[in-house]
Design a protein around this ligand. Sequence first.
Ligand SMILES: NC(=O)c1ccc[n+]([C@@H]2O[C@H](COP(=O)([O-])OP(=O)(O)OC[C@H]3O[C@@H](n4cnc5c(N)ncnc54)[C@H](OP(=O)(O)O)[C@@H]3O)[C@@H](O)[C@H]2O)c1
Length: 474
Amino acid sequence: MALGEEAGAEIGLIGLGTMGANLALNIAENGFPIAVFNRTVEKTRRFHAAAGVLADRVIPCETLEAFVAALKPPRAIILMVPAGETVDRQIAAVRSLLSRDDLIVDAGNANFHDTDRRDAEARQLGLPFLGIGVSGGEEGARRGPSIMGGGPRTCWDRVAAILEAIAAKYEGSACATWMGAGGAGHFVKTVHNGIEYADMQMIAEVYGIMRDGLVMTPPAISDVFASWNNGPLKSYLIEISAEVSRAQDPVSGGPVLDVILDRAGQKGTGRWTAIEAQHLAAPATTIEAAVAARNLSARLEERMSGQAIFGAAPQRLEAGAVNVEMLEQALVAGKIVCYAQGFGLLAAASQAYDWSLPLPDIARVWRAGCIIRSSMLNEMAGALADNPGRNLMFAAHFAEQLKQTQESLRRVVAASSLAGLPAPALAAALSYFDTMRTGRLTTNLVQAQRDFFGAHSFERVDMEGAHHGPWRKD
Ligand SMILES: NC(=O)c1ccc[n+]([C@@H]2O[C@H](COP(=O)([O-])OP(=O)(O)OC[C@H]3O[C@@H](n4cnc5c(N)ncnc54)[C@H](OP(=O)(O)O)[C@@H]3O)[C@@H](O)[C@H]2O)c1
């Protein structure tokens, strides 16, 4: 009997790209026999040939029929293909070969609205379906990702043992959790990615202040990042920032950072976070600024034209305006604000979509395996558990940290602004902080304007009810 024709695999995986191949090896390494299938057959062969000692636990299948036959019923199949129509096409192709109780798990970066739709379609037909977010990139997929599940709880329970086994562990607890029905898992993954955008952007802004404002070399900047990784900012992103700042370019012989074009793309999850934040009236301004910053970075030629017309700003900071300790504190403050916004968005979505998202558990599954893993997330898990329904900035531990660091954030944003150094995400974080601690904003004027031109009415500070102003009537 040829490989792929024995019903021996605990689980199957379709799509042996970067994520799928590593996830399949991780599953095999954890003792679960796995059947694999890839559109391009040659890739399946190469994958099996390179699986080494794990090859015995991998059943490479060259047709979908052989793949389905290789799985123990009731079957469970992970899809790791590009999000969008490909997922729908792949589901349709494999579903026609499956039994009613066979489970399909979409583990790509789906838009949660698509997952909601697929979940509804599957439930209508009584077919098991899960949408799970997987974070951690290539290395995470191989050594232990962070996994955010969505769909019927009964479906999650069917594969939970495998997903928990392959997930990253934080002090022994698996970073894999069921988040709620339908698209809940993919929504949590989307917000994770939005926060990732903001985390990266704020670090890049601080890098820019060191590079252009303080005229520091990449190796000196690397030392600063490395030292921050021993403090409150300890995180994977700070760790790799130290590493990439130190790396030498074999072609130019200089720092590799100096030869990398300052133009970034975005695949969609950051934009989806910003769209959802607006849709749910749960502003995630730091994330929104980070998404916009990537889009603006892509306009390289336009930026060069702007520089030709207006000239580059002075950029170098005035002596003593900012030091690296202040930058560290500014980043701590910015990070707290960013996560407060992210968790605020999750809370708003939980209510709007009737999900009961477990916010402390979300912080817990992000503590290891994923790109935004950090020591601060452990403290956030505790703060979210102790302060349900409250802005994370107001939890005692973070309120205290903000009291100590907000002045540095203010000085850094002000100094950057005076020097013409763009710091949009840090500035957005500062504005949010200032707004959320202002008891009386200026929206009374907006309300007056709205009533003036549209008779929208306004509330008064001293009386109940809807009121109109004594405006002139032309
Ligand atoms: N890369 C990351 O760091 C990362 C992290 C988290 C989540 N994700 C998500 O994980 C998913 C997979 O990403 P990846 O980085 O592994 O992608 P990838 O390396 O480009 O691999 C894509 C896989 O999907 C297959 N595929 C592509 N188009 C297909 C089609 N029309 N029909 C059937 N199979 C098709 C490819 O098969 P062929 O060999 O035939 O082309 C390949 O095996 C995506 O949703 C991605 O957003 C990626």
